[in-house]
Design a protein around this ligand. Structure first.
Ligand code: SF4
Length: 417
């Protein structure tokens, strides 16, 4: 009991958290952090922090330097966000992009036991939110068709690992969508799904990815990354692909010409050093392959997560930590990954706007039907219309641009959504 109270009351550095905001809640973003992020008041900063920040955009920062940037508070935080914002402006200009897409989570049944996951359910675990479900290929294709008719250019497909799934299941979903809507970009299958698919078919990762590509797969989501540091994976997702396996799927995909996103799911049991290690894994893979399109921080939504409910994790990052992840990601990956996305589902509209002023240039997708964050307890809606996203972007004086998954200009840009 005492231990769970401590977890719930502290931030990633063990300091008391003074705010009620948590990712996915409707709580107002903390005024103090907003002031700090936008403040740029001159006052004392630690000399080692100043040295690390001076390296931003100039050289590759070390693990220690990146971890140090994550400890910014007060003036250091405002300086950090200012530097990230300048790098963003230099790389992306004033444009803020978004994609019109739909999430299709084909099942919420899963035989993995990630301890942070509120989404997956065993076949009989009806005590948790919602009933177990499994969509068939025809239903997935129907949803893709519906999304296309509403103007979407992308479907993002991922889900639990159902006990009966083999590599064939993923191929069936993919083929069903491509047959129904050949023009739809399919962004699908996490490194865990790819590895499980290959294993159940008895083929190599490369062979399976090749088959997926031939069947029309467009890009892969960088989820299942969680924290790419095996010390933390042992605690939060011990039976999932490890850091080396996740990286190997990405390297192999990139070598075949399949690009992917990157994510980090943060704010549970880890801290600045683990975040720094994660960013360095991404930087190293990207230095080899150049296949990552963007970095997407995903703050841990704690409300329905078993780890939190058992009193063994924090309640997501603090608001300042969430902003810092976007800013430090921009700085640490500068010269490697050009796009940093903020998730409005997790951060809310006001939080997302602030992150756009702290290194981000992309707002992600309109996301018709976003189930995973909502299963975890997030309150923000299932869908934002393009007009709503564009209004948010204009409110902070930036220029919206609808994009394709690969940051091109969609041919269907003028379609009514
Ligand atoms: S995070 Fe994914 S793999 Fe892990 S339990 Fe949840 S649905 Fe299954």
């Amino acid at each position: 009991m005492l231990r769970s109270k401590i977890w719930a009351a502290m931030d990633a550095e063990g300091f008391a958290r003074a705010e009620t905001w948590a990712p996915g809640t409707n709580e107002n973003v903390p005024v103090v952090t907003v002031r700090e992020v936008r403040g740029r008041r001159p006052s004392k900063m630690r000399p080692e922090f100043v040295r690390a920040l001076a390296g931003a955009g100039e050289r590759d920062l070390t693990e220690e330097e990146i971890a140090l940037l994550f400890t910014a508070r007060g003036t250091e935080l405002s300086e950090l966000c200012g530097v990230a914002d300048e790098l963003r402006r230099a790389v992306n200009g004033d444009e803020v992009t978004y994609v019109v897409n739909r999430n299709i989570n084909y099942t919420n049944q899963c035989y993995f036991r990630c301890r942070f996951c509120a989404f997956s359910k065993g076949p009989k675990s009806l005590n948790l939110r919602g009933d177990p479900y499994l969509l068939d290929a025809a239903e997935v294709a129907r949803r893709a068709r519906e999304a296309w008719e509403k103007g979407a250019t992308e479907v993002c497909m991922q889900g639990g690992i159902h006990g009966q799934f083999t590599g064939k299941s993923y191929l069936e979903y993919l083929r069903a969508v491509k047959e129904e809507v050949p023009g739809m970009h399919v962004h699908a299958f996490t490194p865990l799904e790819v590895s499980q698919g290959a294993r159940t078919l008895g083929v190599s990762i490369e062979e399976f990815l090749r088959e997926l590509k031939e069947a029309g797969l467009g890009t892969l989501p960088g989820t299942a990354a969680e924290i790419l540091d095996d010390e933390i994976r042992e605690i939060i997702c011990p039976d999932k692909v490890n850091t080396a396996e996740w990286s190997e799927v990405m390297r192999t995909a990139h070598a075949l010409g399949l690009r992917s996103t990157t994510t980090i799911m943060f704010g549970h049991v880890e801290g600045p050093v683990n975040w720094a290690r994660h960013l360095l894994v991404l930087r190293d893979v990207q230095a080899e392959t150049g296949g990552f399109t963007e970095f997407v921080p995903l703050p841990f939504v704690h409300m329905g997560a078993p780890l939190f409910l058992q009193g063994r994790s924090r309640k997501g990052p603090t608001f300042a930590e969430a902003v810092k992840m976007h800013a430090v990601g921009r700085i640490a990956l500068h010269g490697y990954i050009d796009n940093v996305q903020v998730s409005w589902v997790k951060m809310g509209a006001e939080g997302a706007k602030l992150c756009l002023e702290a290194g981000c240039n992309d707002l992600g997708g309109t996301l018709m039907n976003e189930n995973i964050s909502r299963a975890a307890g997030a309150n923000h809606g299932q869908e934002m219309l393009p007009e709503e996203l564009e209004a948010m972007i204009r409110e902070i004086g930036r220029a919206p641009r609808r994009r394709t998954t690969l940051y091109g200009t969609p041919e269907r840009a003028s379609s009514k959504v």
